[in-house]
Design a protein around this ligand. Structure first.
Ligand SMILES: Cc1cc2nc3c(=O)[nH]c(=O)nc-3n(C[C@H](O)[C@H](O)[C@H](O)COP(=O)(O)OP(=O)(O)OC[C@H]3O[C@@H](n4cnc5c(N)ncnc54)[C@H](O)[C@@H]3O)c2cc1C
Length: 442
């Protein structure tokens, strides 16, 4: 496929997250505008830097600073607000439900699939009604307001059983997303409790439930055990080899026989590839990811590439039968190679294989506490926490966003973080509806 002397090739990217946004940025700098047009389809107008979600929920970082507006960082690309609903590779078309409610068919010469993943849910009674995920900025902001509003409600109730329920917070899934969210929100709620005369840190119950026999599979077993002990030492309740059996009427029943009322259940029990992939006719692996060659091409397809959480890419740094784990690190690096390979395809060059040895993981467990494992070196405590901040600050897109985040952190040194529940953000029409109802009665 050489497009050098023809009309520009149409490159369509589904998803503007870690993989899609980085691929688009890199394609735009690699290919001239007379070689290719680049269209990015995403229902959100921004990329979410998920490793900072826990800090955004805890109020250490301003939520707007952890997202990257696509139109700001993708000059020269078309950004189409919509959700890809299906792909027909035989006709080279993507069907998109665009923001105005219509469905459009978008033709492509090269397609890049990067719609990421969804929260992996289970058929647990009451889950859909009572739990919330932790993958989006909306969920992070909601959780912050929700946790703080539980403190407000607990401080005002005269019912001791209700107070206990309001002050019980359950996190299901002990990967870094769940552990970071639990530790950061508990830290924030602990700081907030100083302002309530009637709620102490020990009045809150923070529970972590994990189906496996260990937490943090992203780090070595030793560091996972260290993290578990640290969580237990600071008072978190942990249940390993345990699943949630039901969450009916706010009563959480665990498989180890434990049961309690809880008003907050956060579901972070892993991710599943985006379900739209199932209807594409493209080859999928057992977990529902698109099967890719090491060149990041979808198997059996000349013009379809994939990267990030939705893609089953052989991990050549381990063994060809191993698949790259879903991580921001792989997604961004795959995006870089993918854009070079798409350029090579259009220019008639040679495609290269993806091989990246995972550098390691860093995680924050609340202010000044963290764990890290970098190229096999294990670190914990303040140093690991500083490394977490330093690493993610360095990989956050755009210089001005890095400066804003650094200032958020600096400002929290002389001033305490701002503790305020803005729950009304989730019901913006409530006050006006009440006013309108009142005026109808008059
Ligand atoms: C709380 C949390 C913390 C994490 N911390 C770390 C960490 O410390 N280190 C690390 O390496 N990884 C971390 N991860 C994992 C990492 O964020 C993901 O692996 C990474 O974002 C995957 O990139 P992606 O581009 O595949 O998906 P995403 O970045 O999720 O992007 C997918 C994009 O596709 C869009 N999209 C979805 N559906 C459609 C559709 N139908 N049509 C068009 N667009 C669509 C979405 O709106 C989104 O913008 C964390 C994840 C979470 C949730």
């Amino acid at each position: 496929m050489s497009h050098a002397a023809q009309a520009p090739a149409r490159i369509v990217i589904v998803g503007g997250g870690h993989a899609g946004m980085n691929a688009a940025r890199s394609l735009r700098t690699t290919l001239r505008s007379d070689e290719a047009t680049v269209t990015v389809i995403d229902p959100r107008s921004y990329m979410t830097y998920q490793p900072f979600l826990a800090e955004a929920a805890a109020g250490s970082v301003e939520p707007r600073h952890v997202v990257v507006p696509l139109r700001e960082v993708l000059p020269g690309c078309e950004v189409l607000s919509g959700e890809a609903a299906g792909v027909r590779p035989d006709e080279r078309k993507v069907s998109v439900e665009v923001a105005d409610g219509h469905t459009r068919q978008i033709g492509y010469d090269v397609l890049v699939l990067a719609p990421g993943s969804w929260s992996k849910t289970m058929p647990v009674p009451g889950l859909a009604e009572h739990a919330v995920g932790f993958k989006t900025l909306g969920e992070a902001i909601y959780l912050r307001n929700h946790v703080l509003s539980r403190l407000d409600a607990a401080a005002s109730t005269l019912d001791p059983k209700l107070r206990e329920k309001l002050l019980t917070f359950v996190f299901v899934g002990g990967g870094y997303a769940g552990v970071e969210a639990l530790a950061e929100l508990a830290d924030m709620a602990g700081a907030a409790s100083d302002y309530y005369g009637t709620i102490g840190r020990d009045d809150m119950r923070w529970v972590l439930v994990e189906a496996a026999g260990r937490i943090m599979p992203e780090v070595s077993e030793g560091l996972g055990t260290y993290t578990l002990n640290l969580l237990r030492d600071v008072g978190f309740e942990t249940h390993l080899n345990t699943t949630v059996e039901s969450i009916e009427d706010g009563y959480v029943k665990l498989s180890d026989g434990t049961g309690f009322d809880a008003d907050t259940v956060v579901w972070t029990a892993g991710v599943a590839p985006h379900p739209m992939l199932a209807d594409t006719g493209l080859p999928l692996d057992g977990k529902g990811r698109v099967r890719c060659t090491p060149e990041l091409r979808v198997e059996g397809q000349d013009a379809v590439f994939a990267a990030g959480d939705c893609a089953a890419v052989p991990d050549l740094s381990r063994a060809p039968t191993e698949i790259c784990a879903p991580s921001a690190q792989h997604a961004s690096r795959q995006a870089e190679l993918l854009s070079k390979n798409v350029a090579a395809l259009l220019r008639g060059g040679r495609l290269r294989r993806y091989k990246h040895a995972y550098a390691g993981s860093v995680a924050s467990l609340g202010l000044y506490r963290g764990v890290a494992e970098i190229y096999g070196v294990k670190l914990k405590g303040k140093l690991a926490w500083a490394l977490h901040r330093g690493y993610h600050l360095a990989t956050m897109p755009t210089a001005h966003r890095r400066v804003r985040i650094a200032f958020d952190w600096l400002l929290s040194l002389p001033f305490r973080r701002q503790i305020v529940a803005l729950g009304e953000l989730h019901q913006p029409r409530r006050e006006f509806d009440r006013a309108s109802a009142g005026s109808r009665k008059d």
